[in-house]
Design a binder for this molecule. Structure first.
Ligand SMILES: CC(C)(COP(=O)(O)OP(=O)(O)OC[C@H]1O[C@@H](n2cnc3c(N)ncnc32)[C@H](O)[C@@H]1OP(=O)(O)O)[C@@H](O)C(=O)NCCC(=O)NCCS
Length: 167
């Protein structure tokens, strides 16, 4: 990979779509949240692999709020892009929307999540990724907020480690 070449968040955008069928439901008849999480992970993994030019693994997925149920016949669309990139890790932001398969309805926002993806080499060791160049005001806002989330994730991880060592 040419690590000197930066990329803008818009270059990294991917959209995955899937129509929900009876195979995707839970016992209540609505779509199983795990199926939505898999689509989100697939979209984030694709974004991270394209951005880093190779394999990338999911290091973490932040809290995922399900805002509205997903039903059979919904076309689920996951939009994903890199919000922030460090040395080997990337934060990928995802937004899940649905529309009905047989209506010209406006998309409904059903969930969002942020994932930390780490680029890895053939031995599974972290490898360097290119720099991100947030161009628009919106990209810069996402970049700043991703940095805040990263600081919180790392602080939480360090605090738990410290507490285990103390306990
Ligand atoms: C993700 C993984 C490669 C990180 O390996 P590691 O030896 O801990 O690597 P490091 O400590 O050097 O961390 C690598 C990067 O990930 C970041 N990172 C790792 N865990 C993180 C977390 N929980 N939250 C935020 N960032 C994290 C680090 O800050 C670092 O980022 P940077 O290089 O951009 O500064 C390793 O933990 C792993 O392989 N996990 C399993 C992943 C997997 O299999 N996922 C699929 C599950 S089915």
């Amino acid at each position: 990979m040419d690590e000197s070449r930066t990329a803008a968040p818009s270059d990294t955008r991917v959209t995955l779509a899937h129509i929900m069928s009876a195979h995707d439901t839970n016992l209540l008849g609505t779509v199983h949240g795990g199926n939505i999480m898999k689509l989100v992970d697939d979209a984030a993994g694709t974004v991270a692999a394209r951005y880093s030019g190779g394999a990338a693994v999911t290091a973490s997925m932040d809290e995922m709020l399900f805002l509205s149920p997903v039903r059979v016949g919904d076309v689920v669309t996951v939009h994903a892009q890199v919000n922030w990139a460090g040395r080997t890790s990337m934060e990928v932001g995802t937004r899940v929307e649905t529309t009905r398969w047989d209506e010209l309805s406006a998309p409904v926002h059903v969930a969002s999540a942020y994932l930390v993806m780490v680029a890895v080499d053939v031995e599974g060791k972290p490898r360097a990724v290119r720099a991100l160049d947030p161009e628009t005001d919106e990209d810069q806002r996402r970049h700043r907020e991703a940095q805040i989330r990263r600081e919180h994730r790392l602080a939480r991880r360090a605090a738990i480690k410290e507490s285990r060592l103390a306990g």
